[in-house]
Design a protein around this ligand. Structure first.
Ligand SMILES: N[C@@H](CCC(=O)N[C@@H](CS)C(=O)NCC(=O)O)C(=O)O
Length: 251
């Protein structure tokens, strides 16, 4: 409708849908604006609340540290555990053919250490300086070396060869690595770097959750500062709640 104010002719019909009613119409009735506001609201909601899906197997190893860090972050996540029967065909569809994968709003993130480093950024679990980041990465590298030395536990199909390797693991490799890690933990108040919790603590205790039962040892209990460190990490808010509710698995 067009109406006059003094000499001026004023048109209050809506430029978007043609209906009349001026500002009041735009706020309460105009389809164009209600769709625009709905989309804006939906986008801002999804921006602040991303959806997380962890794709891994039904054991701890490299997936557990990601479950722990997401729990520490306080975010909901889908803990998708691929059945072994489905893995063979799924594997072929994945670049580099390995898990874990973390999906954030559908985008896929690969490689456990890279994922942890990425998730640690905004929650102070990644080190406050290049030096602190180095301390974390250095310990992560030693854990990776140890894991490679122990990989026959889950890879080897040869029971006799496995027996020999297990003896070497127990008499040489475990004492060597655990003594050094224990000294690091002693210098860092139980943690593995920088005297405070970081993603490498979660990486270590996640892997140990699988390693100890696989090697039939509870060696962490024999190293006081690692034992203390595990107690500290597992009683951290978020992680403690996750451990209490996580599915019970053998490894
Ligand atoms: N460097 C990779 C290693 C990943 C990896 O070895 N994943 C194993 C499970 S712990 C896997 O996917 N194994 C199945 C296969 O290789 O078929 C990472 O840290 O994410």
């Amino acid at each position: 409708m067009t109406w006059s104010s003094g000499d001026e002719m004023i048109d209050d019909s809506c430029a978007h849908c043609g209906r009349e009613g001026g500002v009041e119409h735009i706020v309460t009735q105009c389809d164009f604006f209600s769709i625009l506001f709905a989309n804006t609201f939906a986008n801002s909601t999804s921006r602040t609340m991303p959806t997380y899906k962890l794709i891994y197997f039904n054991f701890s190893m490299l997936g557990e540290s990601i479950r722990m860090i997401l729990s520490y972050k306080g975010v909901e996540f889908e803990d998708y555990r691929v059945p072994m029967s489905a893995w063979k065909s799924l594997k072929k569809t994945i670049p580099f053919e390995k898990l874990p994968i973390l999906e954030i709003d559908g985008k896929r993130y690969h490689q456990s250490q890279a994922i942890l480093r990425f998730l640690a950024k905004d929650i102070n679990l990644g080190g406050d300086s290049a030096h602190e980041e180095y301390e974390i990465d250095f310990v992560a590298g030693t854990i990776q070396d140890f894991t490679a030395a122990a990989s026959f536990l889950w890879d080897s199909k040869d029971p006799d060869g496995k027996k020999e390797l297990l003896e070497k693991l127990r008499s040489e490799i475990i004492p060597y690595y655990f003594k050094l890690w224990n000294e690091i933990a002693e210098r860092n108040g139980g943690y593995l770097a920088n005297g405070k919790l970081s993603w490498v603590d979660l990486y270590f205790y996640g892997i140990m959750n699988t390693f100890e039962p696989a090697a039939k040892t509870d060696c962490i209990n024999e190293y006081l500062h690692l034992k203390l460190g595990r107690e500290k990490v597992f009683s951290t808010p978020g992680i403690k709640e996750w451990i209490a509710k996580r599915p019970k698995t053998a490894y």
